[in-house]
Design a protein around this ligand. Structure first.
Ligand SMILES: *Cc1c(COP(=O)(O)O)cnc(C)c1O
Length: 369
């Protein structure tokens, strides 16, 4: 079976340095907010191009803490895309604010900047931009709107660490950037983990306090926070993997380049602005007979996945927002047609060939009918 990601293969090559890094933590006696956490905070902040990094429990908490640090809560509205992982909208609801969705672009599947303006009200406080599948959203247009209406911009870069946009890495363009170290992400831990980056000192200080029970001095609490610190063992793992991040991203792009070369013209392949602006957390094709293709691949021992089958505005949990089917036609179309193919850094040529040839034979078989 060709899996969507092969973490076992990756572990084979990294096992030794990872074990060493874990033993460092065991023997240090520092298990919460220790040296490894601090080290990865600094490395990632520098990599993204921001002065501050704050390790947190996971990507969802990164979004939640970002909103809290900006004092966003009940009565406020936050604009975002309906075509993302649930956590993006969930975090907005967690702080008591109202998620306001804006449809996506036909080609990039990211929020459509030309449709944001009409959704801005006097209650709008922020935009959460998602760089879906690793592809940068149109940040120039979004930052201009944010400036015009005095809105904060949070980048949900959970799928896009290392993606560039016009010479800057995503996560470092808006006010706050959020990353996830969920195991299957492009920089994954072996458990939950996350990171916030920011250029604002006041937000850095506030988030550092909020993630640690609203406290800087033990047993003195200035804010109601949460317990969401980056686990020291996970930090130790991410530190090792971080050294390989650019190599991993390069390999993903190579697989994507081959897929596109072989498949363009016979199926809708991802559209990309420049090769720097997509790091291919997912490689998705779009077709009417998506479910048939998925079954066909399965029969030939190739995994595939749907990210995401139900847009956020049609999720049961968001029924209280009173959205209807048809409100976001592009997101709804894509949810019915999108299919992610296997892509991971250690994917062999042979595996790539198999995916390509099986997909081609599906299309031929289909058109021959
Ligand atoms: C993975 C992901 C998250 C949540 O990250 P967790 O670490 O799983 O909490 C949020 N947004 C997007 C777009 C993601 O892909």
């Amino acid at each position: 079976m060709i899996p969507m990601v092969d973490l076992k293969e990756e572990l084979e090559t990294l096992k030794e340095p990872i074990l060493k890094s874990l033993i460092d933590v065991l023997e240090s006696g520092e298990y919460i907010l220790g040296k490894k956490g601090k080290e990865i905070e600094n490395l990632i902040a520098t990599y993204i191009g921001t002065p501050y990094g704050i390790g947190v429990g996971n990507g969802t908490d990164a979004l939640y803490l970002s909103l809290r640090s900006l004092d966003i809560g009940p009565g406020d509205e936050v604009i975002t895309t309906p075509f993302t992982f649930f956590a993006t909208g969930e975090a907005i609801a967690q702080v008591g604010a109202k998620p306001v969705f804006v449809d996506i672009e036909n080609d990039t599947y990211n929020i459509n900047p030309t449709k944001i303006r009409e959704k801005i009200t006097s209650n709008t406080k922020a935009i959460i931009v998602v760089h879906l599948y690793g592809q940068a959203a149109k940040m120039t247009e979004i930052m201009e709107l944010a400036e015009e209406f005095n809105l904060k911009v949070i980048e949900d870069a959970c799928q896009a660490i290392g993606t560039e946009y016009r010479g800057k890495r995503v996560g470092g363009i808006g006010d706050i950037g959020c990353f996830s170290f969920f195991p299957s992400k492009n920089l994954g831990a072996y458990g939950d983990g996350g990171m916030i980056v920011t250029k604002h000192k006041n937000l850095y200080e506030k988030i550092s306090i909020l993630r640690n029970h609203g406290s800087t001095i033990k047993y003195r609490h200035s804010l109601i926070g949460i317990n969401s610190r980056l686990d020291e063992f996970q930090a130790a793992i991410v530190l090792v993997k971080f050294k390989y991040l650019d190599i991993f991203l390069h390999k993903r792009k190579e697989v994507a380049r081959r897929y596109t070369e072989e498949l363009k013209g016979i199926i809708k392949t991802p559209s990309i602005a420049t090769t720097k602006e997509h790091t291919f957390h997912q490689y998705c094709v779009e077709l009417d007979k998506r479910d048939q293709l998925s079954n066909f691949l399965q029969q030939h021992e190739i995994a595939s996945a749907i990210y995401y089958p139900i847009p956020l505005h049609l999720q049961e949990a968001f029924r209280y927002l009173n959205y209807q089917k048809g409100d976001f036609p592009v997101a709804e179309r894509v949810a019915n047609k999108i299919l992610a193919l296997p892509i991971f850094p250690s994917m062999t040529f042979k595996q790539q060939d198999k995916v390509i040839s099986v997909l081609k034979s599906f299309i031929e078989k289909d058109s021959g009918k």
